[in-house]
Design a binder for this molecule. Structure first.
Ligand SMILES: [Zn+2]
Length: 276
């Protein structure tokens, strides 16, 4: 009898162990599923946040080139019509500027750093304006980051909004517009290097992807130019609006400041601009 009861109790015990083990596996599996779900949700959320951050970037969201009322001033026709900032006898190009007083001293220091950066790699010299200057840049904080292209004559506003434009690369970007440069994705040979997906562009913003008859001066299309928008610029559906060709995965539109190519192109423009 004792043997029988021992057998029964040990069988019962084994069954209990199996049940407990099964229960533990079940609980572990449930935790694993919950963990995977949370992880997946976090990844999706972080991707959305990244895109939102990119789209909040003023360089990306604003059509930041100010158009004249009756004519678009492009790099190419503008520079060929002689609207470049004048070159002086010492070979340098001096651009007078005034920084509005509504900027704090810290903000002015950031802007000055951007202005002065040009003297380390180019012939451009931004200098404080004098009362005798006929043409000059008025650097102000309006609603967004924007600039005219080229030198238009007289007072010319470059807007660096205090809430989102005071970054080194953004300041250089707007100044490059004033010096005569357009966005990289508008290059005349753009279609050989960038596929534009207009079906993903916010309605009414297609103008930002138009092509301009830029001379390009023999320089290659530069995906990491300070003038290249991000691949999600003006996207209405979180899908890319631009994809590099032929390799869609190369770094694209991630510049935080002017690239070597930007510097070279600026020097080329001021030394000898070839016009068609
Ligand atoms: Zn721009």
């Amino acid at each position: 009898i004792s043997l029988l009861s021992w057998f029964r109790s040990s069988t019962l015990m084994v069954l209990c162990y199996i049940l407990i083990l099964y229960f533990l596996c079940y609980v572990f599996n449930a935790f694993l599923i919950i963990y995977r779900c949370i992880f997946a949700v976090l990844i999706i959320a972080s991707k959305q946040i990244n895109k939102s951050v990119a789209l909040d970037d003023p360089i990306l969201t604003d059509g930041d080139i100010v158009m004249e009322e009756d004519a678009e001033r492009n790099f190419d026709p503008c520079t060929c019509r002689g609207c470049m900032w004048g070159k002086q006898t010492d070979g340098k190009v001096y651009i007078p500027y005034y920084v509005a007083n509504h900027f704090s001293s810290r903000e002015k220091a950031i802007i000055t750093r951007g202005l002065e950066s040009f003297s380390s790699f180019s012939w451009s010299r931004f200098r404080p304006s004098r009362s005798s200057d006929r043409d000059w840049l008025s650097i102000e904080s309006q609603n967004s980051c924007h600039s005219y292209v080229c030198c238009l004559g007289g007072k010319q506003v470059v807007s660096l909004g205090q809430s989102g434009c005071l970054y080194h690369g953004t300041i250089q970007h707007e100044l490059l517009h004033a010096l005569g440069f357009n966005h990289e994705q508008t290059r005349s040979d753009r279609d050989n290097h960038i596929r534009v997906l207009l079906e993903n562009v916010v309605s009414g913003m297609e103008l930002n992807f138009r092509k301009i008859a830029t001379p390009n001066q023999g320089t290659p299309c530069n995906y990491n130019s300070d003038m290249q928008y991000h691949r999600y610029a003006f996207s209405k559906n979180n899908r890319p609006t631009m994809v590099p060709i032929p390799n869609p995965n190369v770094s694209f539109g991630n510049a935080k400041e002017m690239s070597r190519n930007d510097n070279a192109r600026l020097n080329m423009l001021h030394k000898c601009c070839k016009c068609p």
